[in-house]
Design a protein around this ligand. Structure first.
Ligand code: COA
Length: 220
């Protein structure tokens, strides 16, 4: 299940442990300052905003925020069962609340997530989420697993490719040197996209039923 469950829980616990460390100090000033810093580090990954034009629609790729809950729920609800299966590797209707919470607040720099949004006046906030891409660092700090999903009606229009290129820059910036995507063998779209971005077949995991496609990132 990779990035969708266990790894994310593990990195999010790392964030909670940092807050617990802050509570160990005697001085309330130091405690307050430290937990403020940790809080910022946890909930505020760097702001990223990149607009691309897809046909006549401006698509904005930006850092995910906790306030993106409603558009995130709408995004997952609209994904076809096939797309959900390819992304999460099992059948889901919606994300569990705690999984959604973790996904909305990446534990940067060990995790980072970008979403793609478009204007949509039929929705309450006037925007619709059409994609999400994230990485989560592995036990080896130079390795990270990536995962991505694009709304069915937006697939094949270059959004996934651009999101992965933007995400790659964040990974490079925090010292990640190897990205891996765990892909179901039947996922021809992701295989093709990953290969076009220079990912190569590495291993197959018979237990998870996935194939790992990896890519080394340039050293500074
Ligand atoms: C895989 C996925 C993220 C790709 O995103 P996307 O926005 O559709 O991809 P792009 O439009 O950027 O396409 C980039 C390349 O992928 C390939 N591709 C995309 N859609 C394709 C399709 N329908 N059929 C075949 N190849 C396709 C093409 O090689 C394309 O390059 P090209 O435009 O030069 O032909 C998207 O299809 C998706 O969300 N699928 C369901 C969830 C999933 O599989 N996630 C991956 C789990 S790690």
């Amino acid at each position: 299940m990779g990035i969708s469950t266990a790894r994310v829980a593990e990195t999010s616990n790392r964030g909670k442990r940092r807050k617990i460390v802050a509570r160990e100090f005697d001085s309330p000033e130091i405690r307050g300052w430290l937990s403020g810093e940790f809080e910022r580090a946890l909930v505020e990954p760097p702001e990223h905003q990149h607009q691309i034009q897809v046909g006549d629609v401006p698509v904005t790729i930006r850092t995910i925020r906790p306030a993106d809950r409603d558009i995130g729920i709408d995004f997952v609800r609209r994904l076809s069962p096939a797309a959900k299966y390819l992304r999460y590797h099992h059948a889901i209707e919606e994300l569990e609340t705690d999984t959604l919470d973790r996904f909305l607040s990446p534990d940067y720099p060990d995790e980072m997530a970008l979403i793609a949004i478009v204007p949509d006046n039929t929705l309450p906030g006037g925007i619709r989420q059409i994609g999400v891409a994230r990485y989560a660092r592995g036990t080896n700090p130079e390795d990270a697993e990536i995962a991505i999903a694009v709304a069915d009606d937006w697939q094949g229009r270059g959004v996934g490719r651009q999101m992965l290129l933007d995400l790659r820059e964040f990974a490079l910036g925090v010292g990640i040197r190897h990205l891996v995507a765990k892909v179901l063998p039947q996922n021809a779209q992701m295989m093709k996209l990953a290969r076009k971005l220079g990912f190569q077949h590495e291993t197959a995991d018979p237990d998870e039923g996935t194939v790992a496609l990896g890519k080394g990132l340039p050293k500074e």
